[in-house]
Design a protein around this ligand. Structure first.
Ligand SMILES: Cc1cc2nc3c(=O)[nH]c(=O)nc-3n(C[C@H](O)[C@H](O)[C@H](O)COP(=O)(O)OP(=O)(O)OC[C@H]3O[C@@H](n4cnc5c(N)ncnc54)[C@H](O)[C@@H]3O)c2cc1C
Length: 555
């Protein structure tokens, strides 16, 4: 801990002071701490959970694993770390990713600066002192020059508002808030509500335990096989030898932070048999790169239809009952316009005699009874309920903090019509407040660790630049923000993404403004934009030096 020079002498300060408060100890918060500390900043990290790991601390449901391959879904900032950590499978399961997060915390001696079981409830900018007062759930208030929200994009689990849920007699689990002890569904009748990524991962595992599993589906989703397998030491070594190229490609060339071939043509440039052969090859390889077969699948509906038709045909081949197969075939959104899922035997699970699919679009859930889910047409008796109902994505965890910037304005007031940021990193009126993988940045459209590292590096460079020049505050300029928000929106609407009612659009949360939140321009282009902004002396931001009145622009 160190006192801020300009704050420490103030009589108003009765609390501890840090250069930076970081909220959240997932991959973003941990790397932010490591990087800032390396530059000599004093940092306090607050984490509401009982340990580090974020997503991988909370999401312990059966079958939880990453869907970006582990050799790429891992930090690149330390050569030693990436050479020494052995991923056991192509897509590591949640316990292993959590062990990795804990290893990082220990290896880089992060724990002394992380306060666990402590929620940040309030952050208020003091315009006189140019600092943030941060109040936590243990009743303390600390002061920091900067606050960094590393609160996660998928960290605010969404509880569905279903009549009678509170009176259900059995156990209710949310995939995003799974208990720490092993849950065994053996002999139980289980209901899973929701069919997004978490359901797609957990349904095949729960089906093996439950005496009967009923899956309540509102929207069918596209899913590609993972073909998960153990990684051999030869495979790991081959990958590690290529790490410099793979990591550089992910950062500087790719759109989504994943190493893959760059497609050189559109789907309609190939004839039917050639196209089918390409889709077959990618299906056999499995994983997220399915969408990189052609360069126009996210742009051209006719091209997209060829990929969507291919996956629908695969579902019909796998699922024996034609009625169930039809229900599982997504038909209300272009493939990829919702986060594409990666599965192990999801569709085949519906061939099991102990699994039933219920279409709650045509036959909605009316209420939860003490021992059953009642739809309009029928009652389904269940002993336990699994809510795989997702998250209030990208803004949910930020919105839970009472953040007050200049003139007492709250961030929630400012974002009433949807989140507004410059580069996804800052929001005008909230000086010295940074967001990692915030709305307006590639974020959830990418391999998140690539995007996290880019933001952390940029923020660290930025605050180091400010310290070297005695600059006390930095704030996004309103016109730069407006231009960026318009750009994010415009780019989104050149693609098929806004055609889906997705959580990218906020469509899964009743009353949430519907705008496309992440930046779709691609991580390589985005990185270049951020670097250019920094090279031009942080163009689009107002910087104010020590002793100067606020709002004297440096750029
Ligand atoms: C099941 C699942 C699988 C995923 N798989 C992948 C994948 O394969 N590839 C990929 O790129 N991404 C994946 N993601 C996205 C994943 O969230 C990111 O990859 C990454 O883990 C995010 O790290 P983070 O540190 O930004 O956020 P998080 O891991 O969400 O951590 C944020 C932390 O902030 C804490 N926090 C929030 N608010 C407060 C507060 N007010 N006070 C104190 N603490 C607070 C939370 O408790 C949480 O621990 C997946 C997400 C889920 C849910």
């Amino acid at each position: 801990m160190s006192a801020l020079p300009s704050i420490a002498g103030s009589s108003r300060v009765t609390t501890q002071s840090y250069d930076v408060v970081v909220v959240g100890a997932g991959f973003a918060g941990m790397y932010m701490l490591h990087k800032l500390r390396g530059q000599g900043f004093s940092v306090r990290v607050y984490e509401q959970g009982g340990d580090v790991g974020g997503t991988w601390y909370w999401n312990r449901y059966p079958g939880a694993r990453c869907d970006v391959e582990s050799m790429q879904y891992s930090y690149s900032f330390s050569e030693e770390l990436q050479q020494e950590w052995d991923w056991s499978e192509r897509y590591a399961p949640q316990p292993e990713i959590l062990r990795y997060a804990n290893h990082v915390a220990d290896r880089f001696k992060l724990r002394p600066d992380i306060q666990l079981d402590t929620r940040v409830d309030r952050a208020q900018f003091d315009e006189g002192a140019n600092s943030w007062s941060v109040t936590t759930s243990d009743g303390n208030t600390v002061v920091a020059r900067y606050i960094v929200l590393a609160t996660g994009c998928l960290s605010n689990a969404r509880m569905p508002d279903i009549k009678g849920l509170a009176d259900f007699k059995g156990k209710v689990y949310h995939t995003g808030h799974w208990p720490h002890e092993r849950i065994d569904f053996t002999g139980q009748r289980v209901g899973v509500i929701g069919t997004g990524s978490s359901a797609i991962q957990s349904v095949p595992v729960i089906a093996e335990q439950a005496s009967h599993l009923t899956v309540f589906q509102r929207t069918a989703n596209f899913s590609i096989p993972a073909w998960n397998a153990a990684l051999t030491s030869e495979e790991r070594e081959a990958f590690r030898a290529k790490y410099p190229d793979i990591r550089r490609f992910a950062r500087e060339v790719s759109r989504n932070g994943i190493y893959t071939e760059v497609p050189d043509k559109g789907a309609l440039d190939d004839g039917d048999s050639e196209r089918r052969a390409r889709y077959e090859a990618r299906w056999s390889r499995g994983g997220l790169t399915f969408m990189s077969v052609y360069n126009n699948l996210a742009l051209d509906k006719a091209a997209n239809d060829t990929a969507a038709d291919f996956v629908r045909e695969k579902i019909a081949e796998i699922v024996k009952d034609p009625g169930t197969a039809r229900l599982l075939q997504p038909n209300n959104h272009p493939i990829g316009s919702k986060r594409i899922c990666i599965d192990t035997d999801y569709f085949a699970t519906f061939n099991r005699p102990n699994v039933t699919l219920v279409d709650i679009k045509s036959n909605p859930i009316v209420e939860i009874l003490p021992n059953a889910v009642r739809t309009r047409d029928k009652e389904y008796e269940v002993d336990a309920l699994v809510l795989a109902t997702g998250f209030d994505a990208m803004t949910g965890s930020v919105a839970k903090i009472d953040i007050r910037g200049c003139n007492g304005q709250t961030l929630n007031q400012k974002w009433t019509e949807g989140p507004k940021t410059y580069l996804g990193l800052m929001s005008a009126g909230f000086p010295n407040l940074f967001i990692i993988t915030g709305p307006g940045s590639p974020s959830v459209l990418s391999n998140m660790i690539v995007s996290i590292e880019q933001h952390v590096d940029w923020i660290t460079d930025c605050v180091t630049y400010m310290r070297e020049r005695d600059i006390e505050t930095m704030e996004a300029k309103q016109d730069a923000e407006d231009t960026w928000v318009a750009h994010v929106n415009e780019v989104a609407h050149t693609t098929l993404y806004p055609q889906a009612n997705s959580w990218y659009m906020g469509a899964n949360i009743p009353g949430k403004p519907q705008i496309f939140m992440p930046y779709i321009g691609g991580v390589a282009l985005y990185r270049q934009t951020c670097n250019d902004v920094a090279a031009k002396g942080y163009e689009g931001f107002t910087m104010t030096a020590v002793e100067q009145p606020r709002k004297v622009a440096a750029s």
